[in-house]
Ligand binder design. Structure first.
Ligand code: PGA
Length: 251
């Protein structure tokens, strides 16, 4: 019943020419948006050129935004700047931003509120480090992230939210979590949403897995009951692979 959502996170890759080459190769090959939501999270400077060529079934998102409406925040981008150029999604709390750019649970929470205020669809990233997993802290870490990040969001908003479970140890390392581990932790996220909200909200919310997802492992991940999609870094940079990854959600 939950519509699958496959998203590519380009991180700090692709010049304008490379972005154009990609969008021309994929935009008319995406499955119908009624069946799969397909999104590319691209660097700010290419967002407009991608939005113009996104076609019927692909949507474009930003990898971050500021939580203020406007102001003296050199180097930052406000939510209405994104919507004014046709961006419809925003990634919030990616572990690279949490680790390297001082993103906190508090700022993630403010950004989620602002995303909903501006009709941007947010994907919130959560996940544990290797050390935390080895010390059996995975559930505690994720529970705390969810409590803080979702603070004061309404049930209706949380139903529209997408959460990406991204174990930090699996990002860009080639070490994918086994499908069982990924499903178990996504199941824990769903249970936590049921506890913080209710069963109906937990059934509605979509949860992606992210971390070294590629053409060779997406089928097994998508077959898991608690996994509704994937957030893909490295493997989303090649047009052919991205098309295959999105189509995997149709099976
Ligand atoms: P990866 O990145 O697929 O390259 O591991 C995933 C992510 O950071 O979203």
């Amino acid at each position: 019943m939950r519509k699958p959502i496959i998203a590519g996170n380009w991180k700090m890759f692709k010049t304008r020419d490379e972005a154009l080459q990609f969008i021309y190769a994929v935009s008319d090959k995406m499955p119908e948006k009624e069946k799969v939501e397909s999104v590319i999270f691209a660097p700010f400077v290419v967002l407009r050129c991608l939005v113009k060529r996104q076609g019927e079934n692909l949507r474009i998102g930003a990898q971050n935004m500021h939580f203020e409406e406007q102001g003296a925040f050199t180097g930052e981008v406000a939510p209405n700047m994104l919507t004014s150029i046709g961006v419809t999604y925003v990634l919030i709390g990616h572990s690279e931003r949490r680790a390297m750019f001082n993103e906190t649970d508090e700022s993630c929470n403010k950004k989620l509120h602002q995303a909903f205020n501006h009709d941007l669809k947010p994907i919130l990233c959560v996940g544990e480090s290797l050390e935390q997993r080895e010390n059996n802290l995975t559930e505690k870490v994720i529970y705390n992230q969810l409590v803080e990040d979702l603070k004061s969001l309404t049930k209706e908003q949380v139903k529209e939210l997408v959460i990406a479970y991204e174990p930090i140890w699996a990002i860009g390392t080639g070490k994918t979590a086994t499908a069982e581990i990924a499903d178990e932790t996504c199941g824990f996220i769903r249970k936590t949403v049921a506890k913080l909200y209710d069963e109906e909200t937990a059934e509605a919310i979509r949860i992606q897995y992210g971390g070294s997802v590629k053409v060779s492992n997406i089928d097994e991940l998508m077959a898991q009951p608690n996994i509704d999609g994937a957030l893909i870094g490295g493997a989303s940079l090649k047009a052919d692979d991205f098309i295959t990854l999105v189509k995997a959600a149709l099976k």
